[in-house]
Design a protein around this ligand. Structure first.
Ligand code: F0G
Length: 362
């Protein structure tokens, strides 16, 4: 049986076709990505004294926001009859590329910094049949090599240097406006290679230009303190953070990110690994949303904006009726090792009601 639509849920290309670089002859490769929940967070709102919503991108088909851009990039690559896909990645791009390549029936190679990829992401690329190259170098080295290979051979590079990726990712901003009825006042998100902040700003501007929103949000990006080239305004040769997704020292969309921050009257700031882990646990325990460490950056950053005088953007000056959206970019299950190290060993109890009652302690 073949149906016109390949998934029961509209993917981002079907939902936002008129805003995307596709035409009648583009073969649509979709896994039903997008239309992710915008969750109002009562405890988070109470803690910071402003209305906070979380855009939960961890519920996309491969568990991260990358799927929005990948559906467009892979569909366009198929239209151009590319022989294979290739990407550099800190993990999520490779998981997404591998899945969409499998869906399209095209081969895919992923170049990853050896030993630096969260377990879940590596498994995703493996199980979808991608050719995995473990590079003796960091993400920035991987991207440099992939760019060169893309120029030499008939390979479609599906990193966010590919404008089709950015086009797909801007749909997250459209969804937020469609859900809220207007843009929020502030948009907070993690920044790594800087494609996503670029994409959101493009999306907000585009909807604003088409009079779908009256406001434009201030874009506030957060980098990990040990991998913060945009914040420090210099390349970081050896980026370090346990948030492996954003362990990047020379972001490809650096200039575009700067433009988004300046034009939106936003800011860029840093959060420490300790702050990231604390925010990850807080969000899981108070709102039931389990995200990977990099994705906790906007929540850690929001706490910093509210609590610390050293924050690049202090919310003390911000009206209490402001609406804030935090994008959490990837699912917590992708990086189980971070949590496993914090867990105590479980002691078993005999299989009796009394023993279980005692162990439950309620
Ligand atoms: N959050 C997560 C979970 C990510 O995987 C990434 C980037 C980011 C945030 C930062 O987004 O690069 O657009 O600024 N991951 C890329 C990858 C680099 O290869 O998966 P960005």
């Amino acid at each position: 049986m073949h149906s016109e639509r390949e998934t029961s849920k509209l993917g981002v290309i079907e939902r936002y076709r008129e805003y995307l670089p596709v035409n009648e002859s583009t073969p649509i490769v979709s896994l039903g990505e997008g239309t992710t929940p915008l969750v109002f967070c009562p405890r988070l709102s109470e803690r910071v004294g402003r209305a906070v919503f979380v855009k939960n991108e961890g519920v996309n088909p491969t568990g991260s926001f990358k799927d929005r851009g990948m559906t467009v990039a892979v569909s366009k690559s198929m239209e151009r009859k590319a022989k294979a896909l290739i990407c550099a990645s800190t993990g999520n791009t490779s998981a997404s590329a591998a899945a969409y390549a499998a869906r399209a029936g095209i081969s895919c190679a992923v170049v990853l910094p050896v030993g630096k990829i969260a377990t879940g992401k590596l498994l995703q690329a493996f199980v979808c049949g991608a050719k995995i190259v473990a590079l003796e170098g960091n993400f920035d080295d991987a991207l440099r090599i992939v760019r060169e290979l893309g120029e030499q051979r008939d390979l479609a590079v599906v990193n966010s240097i590919n404008p089709d990726r950015i086009a797909g990712q801007k749909t997250a901003a459209f969804e937020i406006i469609d859900d809220m009825g207007d843009a929020p006042d502030f948009h907070l998100l993690p920044v790594g290679n800087a494609g996503n902040i670029t994409a959101y700003w493009a999306g907000y501007r585009e909807y604003h230009a088409r009079e779908r929103s009256t406001k434009l949000p201030a874009m506030i990006g957060f980098q990990a303190a040990g991998a913060a080239p945009i914040f420090y305004n210099r390349i970081v040769e050896k980026p370090e953070t346990m948030a492996s997704a954003i362990r990047i020292g020379n972001p490809a969309s650096w200039k575009q990110a700067r433009a988004a921050i300046t034009e939106s009257h936003g800011a860029i700031d840093v959060v420490s690994d300790e702050e990231l882990l604390a925010a990850q646990a807080w969000l899981a325990q108070h709102e039931g949303i389990f995200v990977e460490p990099a994705s906790a950056a906007p929540v850690a950053g929001l706490f910093k904006c509210c609590d610390s005088k050293e924050a690049a953007y202090s919310f003390h000056k911000i009206p209490e009726e402001s609406q804030i959206v935090c994008t959490v970019t990837g699912h917590g299950l992708k990086d189980p090792d971070v949590i496993t190290t914090q867990m105590k060993e479980l002691k078993s109890v005999p299989a009796t009601v009394n023993d279980v009652r005692r162990a439950v302690g309620l």
